[in-house]
Design a protein around this ligand. Structure first.
Ligand SMILES: [Mg+2]
Length: 272
């Protein structure tokens, strides 16, 4: 898998240099992609340089910029705080931006099942200090990074298994009846409505909004980003996995860290 910056000239020749290629739709995951992952989710702020670059990119006539995240829409909008951006929260079940106002109708129906799962979980996990059960409206996220980091090395695996078992059990009835499903990420477990919707579908939805069919770029670091990678590559766009080079991914390109994403943004701004 080539490192994106190593083959940057060929990328720009293919995607950016020809005016007939038209506009670029540059989409990014948030945590671990634009910002380093923080111990507490509220501490994952955009590096000032990245924020400036995204602002400049969003103001460029050849570029449409958006963030597609598992965070809630309200959370994402408050954290990034950039005008003219597309914000897709809850893995794209809610999308807002210039000309875009979408909430997946089936996601609202699962709300009662989510609420019941949340109250079961709050009781089941109350003995673990530092664990966060976040209500994101349309989805639920259990963050267990802080307690795992605080635990002695030899207890971390057991703690991870305990959290996984508690979430699996709390949601079991709704998973069996096809109302909810679980997904796993980096020290997070998510409870989501069981609807055929993911970051890839969200990216397709966003792109459909533009008649000129801009070339999509998607940068992500985690398992739920794989749907986004597949979608943009099918559309002839560019998928970039952010993380260690040998990790298995469907993305055809790689960057090491959010810092390198920022370097790429700087290059992109110079080329456009
Ligand atoms: Mg991420």
């Amino acid at each position: 898998m080539p490192h994106l910056l190593n083959i940057w000239p060929s990328i720009t020749a293919r995607l950016l240099k020809k005016p007939e290629n038209g506009r670029i739709l540059a989409l990014f995951d948030y945590d671990g992609t634009l910002t380093p992952i923080a111990a507490r989710p509220e501490d994952a702020l955009l590096p000032p340089e990245t924020q400036q670059q995204l602002t400049a990119l969003a103001a460029h006539p050849r570029c449409i910029v958006g963030i597609v995240s598992g965070r809630s829409l309200a959370d994402l909008t408050a954290l990034a705080d950039i005008p003219n951006l597309i914000y897709a929260g809850n893995h794209g079940m809610e999308i807002r931006g210039p000309g875009l106002n979408f909430t997946h109708p089936d996601a609202i129906t699962a709300r009662a099942a989510l609420e019941r799962t949340q109250s079961t979980l709050a009781a089941a996990l109350s003995h673990i200090p530092g664990i966060i059960i976040e209500d994101k409206g349309l989805t639920l996220t259990v963050h267990y990074r802080a307690p795992v980091n605080a635990a002695p090395d030899n207890q971390r695996q057991a703690l991870t298994r305990e959290v996984d078992a508690a979430v699996t059990s709390a949601a079991a009835h709704y998973v069996e009846t096809g109302q909810l499903r679980l997904t796993r990420g980096k020290m997070v477990l998510e409870v989501r409505p069981a609807i055929p919707w993911d970051k890839g579908k969200a990216i397709e939805k966003i792109r459909e909004n533009y008649n000129d069919r801009p070339i999509p770029l998607y940068f992500g670091d985690d398992r739920t980003d794989e749907d986004g990678f597949r979608a943009v590559q099918q559309m002839g766009g560019l998928a970039v996995f952010v993380g260690p080079p040998r990790q298995s991914t469907t993305a055809l390109h790689q960057l090491e860290s959010p810092k390198e994403v920022s370097q790429t943004l700087r290059l992109l701004l110079e080329e456009l």
